[in-house]
Ligand binder design. Structure first.
Ligand code: KIV
Ligand code: ZN
Length: 508
């Protein structure tokens, strides 16, 4: 058996795509799930890019056990130092540094000659190695690079100490056959590649990211970089679940190459990401889409019922599509709730559990059945306790046709009550204006989305917002059977995060 390493970059390449930014606690939460999925490496973020990014990588490195934790760095000393500092407490850590090697990037983006790029790459890898003994080097835009220059830079950075060489198809330009031969040429022409991990990182601009990555595996790479649900820059990255199941289902084609992924965790991981980002996958998405295992047409159903393999190439249970839909009701009690929370993979301290229990009781008062999705929503909305935060105590809105929507709000912070009223373009705007009057932060609402979690009139609604403050985006989410309340909770969740960060920065 030869092992194919799975390097997950959901929290870096995935999270940097517009609309996918996550809070620190959401990132830590997701990284824990990645460890459960058993990925080999987690690229936890780009530490130098912001204090939030740094803190998220640092907390993941400190708390998530199992996979190697890496931070991204340009070939710039400050980036490399920040990445090294952020990952240093992980048992297995690493620095991923990159520079463009294609003529178009070197000339127009970097404004450097190939000789200068070569020198910077070698010096950066040496510097990174002086801070951490696991260094990955990526030749950005490798698929549009001159083959001879690419081979030269690869062999020089290996000599400088790189343990992984990553070949990205940065702009999703390659075609599988062509990408496969490029990999095979590199491996045969650069003998040093036999001593390191050879990796691919493909983008999906032509819808070929998974096909290109699998062509890489077929031609000898030992690591694939990918993201859950295929999220990432522009059209996204290669989808982790598709790569893993492609290798699993087509063992006959790929031979003895296998990942160590726990496939039953694929669906729960995809669902968790949807919850944390508020962005669902399309229904026909392979492996994790709503319809991926649904047989609608009569002919298909008939065949499927006679013999499942007529229309099913993998079992839904094998990818974890068996979450029980009905969970708990008002009378399930603390014990039942605790048990289900553990089954869903969350570990809570007593204080957080009491918060969740309180929210669970509130929700089960309003709706008879609490589903897994409802529970996950409130689990993900909880904010860190122990810090002064505003809590929603009361709100009243008045809205209708031909009238000005108004809202009155009461918030509580450290037992102190704050009341304000405001008007707005709609009831949500009025609520947000009243909250702004109390909290007094200068912010801009960048995104607002609302989604129903289950069917029926009493379904919970989940609101996701992205709020900009000082050029940084702070996501927030809130859930309730009342959409105005969910909207208020999401907004407060985000403002509280800004306040928490201000405190952290103040302490530094
Ligand atoms: O797409 C890309 O080239 C990247 C590199 C940083 C590996 O994301
Ligand atoms: Zn990328």
């Amino acid at each position: 058996m030869s092992k194919i390493y799975i390097f997950d970059t959901t929290l870096r390449d995935g999270e940097q795509a517009p609309g996918f930014s996550m809070s620190i606690e959401a990132k830590v939460n997701f990284a824990r799930q990645l460890a459960k999925l058993n990925v080999d490496a987690i690229e936890a973020g780009f530490p130098v890019s912001s204090p939030v990014q740094f803190e998220a990588v640092r907390q993941i490195a400190r708390t998530v056990k199992g996979p190697r934790i890496l931070g991204l760095a340009r070939t710039v000393k400050a980036d490399i130092k920040a990445a090294a500092d952020a990952v240093k407490s992980a048992k297995k850590s690493g620095i991923h540094t990159f520079i463009s090697t294609s003529p178009i990037h070197m000339k127009h983006k970097l404004r450097k000659t190939p000789r200068e790029v070569l020198k910077i790459a070698v010096e950066s890898v040496k510097y990174a190695r002086s801070l951490n003994n696991f260094v990955e080097f990526s030749a950005e835009d490798a698929t549009r690079s001159e083959p001879d220059f690419l081979k030269e830079i690869i062999s020089r950075v290996i000599a400088a100490g790189a343990s992984v060489i990553n070949i990205p198809d940065t702009v999703g330009y390659s075609i599988p056959e062509e990408f496969g031969s490029m990999i095979s040429d590199l491996i045969s022409d650069v003998p040093e590649l036999n001593d390191v991990i050879v990796s691919v990182h493909c983008h999906n601009d032509l819808g070929l990211a998974v096909a290109n990555s699998l062509a890489g595996v077929k031609n000898g790479v030992t690591q694939v970089e990918c993201t859950v649900n295929g999220i990432g820059e522009r059209a996204g990255n290669a989808s982790l679940e598709e790569i893993v199941m492609g290798l699993d289902v087509r063992k006959d084609y790929f031979g003895e190459k296998a990942t160590q992924i726990r496939t039953e965790e694929l669906y729960p991981t995809s669902r968790l990401l949807t919850h944390l980002t508020g962005i669902a996958v399309q229904p026909n998405k392979a492996i994790v889409g709503e319809n991926a295992f649904a047989h609608e047409s009569g002919i298909h159903q008939d065949g499927f019922l006679k013999h499942a393999q007529t229309y099913e190439i993998m079992k839904p249970e094998h990818v974890g599509r068996k979450m029980s839909s009905l969970v708990l009701g008002r009378h399930s009690g603390r014990h039942g709730l605790k048990k289900r929370i553990l089954e869903l993979g969350y570990k809570l301290n007593e204080k957080d559990f009491e918060y969740i229990y309180g929210r669970f009781i509130e929700i089960s008062d309003k709706k008879k059945e609490v589903f897994d999705d409802d529970l996950i929503a409130i689990l993900n909305e909880r904010v860190k306790t122990g810090i002064e935060l505003y809590k929603l105590d009361y709100f009243h809105i008045s809205s209708g046709k031909n009238m000005v929507p108004t809202a009155t709000i009461k918030l509580i912070k450290q037992k102190q009550e704050f009341k304000e009223s405001a008007w707005g373009d709609g009831p949500v705007d009025a609520v947000y204006n009243a909250i702004d009057k109390i909290v007094g932060l200068k912010t801009k609402l960048e995104d607002y989305s609302i989604r129903a979690l289950s069917s029926g009139q009493d379904a919970m609604g989940v609101v996701h917002v992205n709020v900009k403050h000082n050029n940084e985006v702070f996501p927030g989410s809130g859930s309730s059977t009342d959409i105005i309340e969910a909207s208020a909770l999401a907004y407060l969740n985000s403002l509280n995060r800004i306040l928490v960060l201000k405190k952290l920065n103040h302490k530094r």
